[in-house]
Design a protein around this ligand. Structure first.
Ligand code: GUN
Length: 282
């Protein structure tokens, strides 16, 4: 029998339902959550992501500003915009879409975003707070991964979780959040020897390595929860995850599809962060 599918779209809708209620409550206090999204250049994928963030704001009744700047924009001009948004009272969250053009120092831009408005959770102070377990705005995709695992009803405490991938955006923060949930965490990456020996021990397997269909059934312990963070565009234009969904589903426990798994959660967690930031700033 095939494993149950973890429906990220449905979970995302449930969370958005809760956010709508909170937006109504805040409206009574005269507060509207506000998100500013900054896009530099014309990268097609980034344009789609930014449009989706704008739509999510409309859907939930947030105030939004999208700043679309040409790829020739200088670092100074971008820093000046971030500074203006930091000081704007109707903006509670600032997201600068990555990647930025090569002539702009990404780190300088992320560092310039106010810690309280860093709804991506990328600012070093928020990353540091995540490491030491203090209150912080959590990075959106990792927070979405944890939320999906929670909704399977499977306890994380005491389980062995294996994370494939060690990026700053996904692998590292996911491993920290899993530890916060009291899982025992092993990290694998492109240089890991005997990776299958490790993944085959995983009760929870999170895959974020950026290689289409990298994980097949031979990597997976029967009944394990499998979360696929991959989003790979194939030559035929189709979207594929890092997990070979059809074969893995025959052995795994609850598993996320691509699309429709982790993807829808990322923007919803961004919306949740913006709401949290709006409450903290008011
Ligand atoms: N580009 C791809 N994913 C992300 C993200 O989560 N945040 C930002 N700012 N840029 C991205």
């Amino acid at each position: 029998m095939s494993a149950p599918v973890i429906n990220g779209k449905q979970v995302s809708e449930e969370i958005r339902g809760g956010l709508r209620g909170e937006v109504e409550r805040l409206a009574k206090q005269g507060i509207t959550p506000g998100l500013a999204v900054v896009l530099v250049g014309e990268d097609p994928a980034s344009q789609v992501y930014v449009r989706n963030k704008e739509k999510a704001c409309q859907d939930l009744g947030y105030y939004s500003e999208v700043h679309r700047l040409p790829s020739s924009t200088t670092e100074e001009v971008l820093l000046a915009l971030v500074d203006k948004l930091n000081r704007q009272n109707d903006i509670h969250g600032i997201l600068v879409q990555l990647p930025l053009p090569k002539h702009i120092n990404e780190k300088a831009i992320i560092d310039a975003i106010s810690v309280e408005k860093d709804v991506d959770g990328f600012h070093p102070v928020n990353v540091g707070n995540l490491v030491i377990g203090d209150d912080s705005l959590l990075p959106c995709t990792p927070a979405g991964v944890i939320e999906l695992i929670k909704r399977t009803g499977i306890e994380m405490a005491g389980k062995h979780a294996v994370v494939i991938g060690r990026s700053n955006i996904v692998g590292k923060p996911v491993s920290l959040l899993l530890q916060r949930e009291h899982a025992t965490v092993t990290m694998c990456h492109s240089r890991t020897a005997n990776m299958k020996e490790l993944t085959a021990q995983a009760d929870i397997l999170v895959v974020a390595i950026g290689k289409a269909n990298f994980v097949d059934a031979s990597y997976v312990k029967p009944g394990a929860v499998v979360i696929d963070v991959g989003m790979n565009r194939l030559d035929n234009g189709k979207l594929a995850g890092d997990v070979d969904y059809e074969s893995v589903r025959e052995v795994s426990g609850p598993i996320t599809p691509v699309p429709g798994g982790v993807g829808p959660m990322t923007i919803t967690m961004l919306m949740q962060n913006t709401l949290i930031a709006a409450k903290r700033l008011n």
